[in-house]
Design a protein around this ligand. Sequence first.
Ligand code: SF4
Length: 344
Amino acid sequence: MQDRIKENILNISPAGLEEIVTGLGDKKFRAKQIFGWLAKGVTDFDMMSNVPASLRNRLSDSYFIGLPEAVREQRSKDGTVKCLFRFADGTEVESVFMQYSYGNSICISSQSGCRMGCRFCASTMDGLDRSLSGGEMLGQVLAMRNLTGEDIGHVVVMGMGEPFDNYEGLSDFIRLIHDENGYGLGLRNITVSTCGLIPVMKRFAEDFPQVNLAVSLHAPNQEMREKTMPVAKKYGYDELMAACREYTDKTGRRVTFEYAVIDGVNDSEECAAELAGRLKGWLTHVNLIPLNKVEGRDFRAAKDSGIHRFRDILDNNGVPVTIRRTLGSDIDAACGQLRRKRQG
Ligand code: SF4
């Protein structure tokens, strides 16, 4: 209860910590020490062993370390760990830890719930609860590292929520996790996925040209996209494609298109050929995702043979394409399901 009136210290930048520390009559360099401890995932100010007890006590009078608590956890045979995290105010989000040949990765949430309304997605079924702060996004990475005992070298902002609907939290998070005095994660090891909020995409290309961009496309044309993704009514397909090209021209970096292959909806050979026609010759990559079953939604994953056919058509047209490895298929891997199960 007391924590609610305190501020989450994970939200504070090194410069902000310097101000706080000097304001408390201590030396500037203490800020660097504190920031470093926070990035290690400490859960208590008393764990900051090289920080004087008097400063630790004064900090804990006004701040708390806002690492979320793991309230539900599922572990898959393939090493995937899915966790429902709860913050001090009761807000719950999901994060997923995954092991790949190139290293460990975490998929984090940027909001609790989502207001984008994509029809195949469990995260949006109860609308938006609230956006997360940068420190709360960082807290998911630190808490997952504490939970698994494993290093995490890649972060994907593709969990619950639309990151570009929470640009302030997202940009704070990127700066916090990238800071060399803290976690020090390389910008190229971060991927942000959007459903296509075009004005924010442009801003993101200016602010973070080294961070990877993924766009949830899920359809080869406007008519089909509108049927599953309401955002398409506001930002049309051609406009989105033009914004992606602009992003590539500006940053010299490819855009990854996420395409959940849904049985009888967007998995036909015609769809694949149309998509290939649009993307041929681009600096791009298509990630085909076998859709996870979502309770309460009618959509089903396309059959493996259909997904492979889809991939071959893109491939034969020179469009770089991969099928996302299905991780955690023995747990509730589709985003938003753990939280709904708990509420239900
Ligand atoms: S797919 Fe992403 S943007 Fe769409 S409703 Fe789900 S969380 Fe929101």
